[in-house]
Design a protein around this ligand. Structure first.
Ligand code: DC
Length: 219
């Protein structure tokens, strides 16, 4: 079984993906990691992330092992890492260079410990439209910008990262615009995706809705 979960930042995709992967014994691929890895690799090398050819070269050299290694860097999930990921992900040549790596995972999905899995939950922006257009279940998880900014701000506060709500909101608006207006694979629901607005739902309610959709498919 292949489940795709797309949508904007801090809508709850990652949490839902982890719940569904655990419940249905599926592997999990957080596809934002590939763009975060390319963006941060370039920043650390002092490369210009706006240079498409340089970004393409970095993307072509990315391996799973390199991605897991750089994911330990403190800026991998910070605002700096998020913006860099969004910028490099707008380069069509970068998307093309990273396409097969993401698609191939579904051919031989594995859990984090290397054991084989029966399927995969993808989370990202284009997993239902481009990476796996034939997925069994496609979800598009969203929430109002204010709710998402508040969630991300609370997360940062918990981690001790000093920032303001306004700054988080502003970064989120810019990132949403870039992710949804780029020419290649813009963030949008697949025609056959179920859209879930999580603004007024807790994670258990979202998981229940998603599980009902999955179980209907399993029957
Ligand atoms: O899901 P995330 O916040 O880790 O994603 C970081 C950036 O990567 C996001 O702003 C846009 C890009 N991205 C993408 O273009 N396509 C995906 N499938 C996943 C992420």
């Amino acid at each position: 079984m292949i489940i795709t979960i797309d949508g904007p930042a801090a809508a709850g995709k990652g949490t839902l993906a982890a719940i569904l992967a655990n419940k249905y014994h599926l592997a999990y691929f957080d596809t934002g990691m590939v763009y975060r890895a390319v963006g941060l690799t370039m920043l650390l090398a002092h490369d210009d992330i706006h240079n498409q050819e340089l970004a393409e070269k970095t993307a072509q050299q990315l391996t799973f092992i390199k991605m897991m290694e750089i994911s330990k860097h403190p800026d991998f999930r910070s605002n700096i890492g998020s913006s860099a990921a969004s910028i490099v992900s707008a380069h069509p040549k970068v998307r093309l260079a990273l396409l097969k790596m993401q698609q191939n995972f579904a051919l031989k999905p594995t859990f984090a410990d290397g054991n084989p899995a029966q399927g995969v939950v993808y989370d990202g922006r284009d997993t239902g439209t481009v990476i796996c257009p034939n997925a069994d279940v496609k979800l598009f998880i969203t929430a109002s910008t204010q709710v998402r900014a508040q969630r991300r701000f609370d997360e940062y506060k918990q981690k001790g990262i000093s920032t303001s709500y306004e700054e988080v909101l502003n970064d989120m608006i810019i990132r949403d615009q870039r992710d949804s207006q780029r020419s290649t694979a813009p963030m949008k629901p697949a025609d056959d995706a179920v859209i879930i607005d999580t603004s007024k739902l807790n994670i258990q309610e979202v998981a229940d809705i998603a599980s009902r959709i999955v179980e209907k498919k399993l029957k």
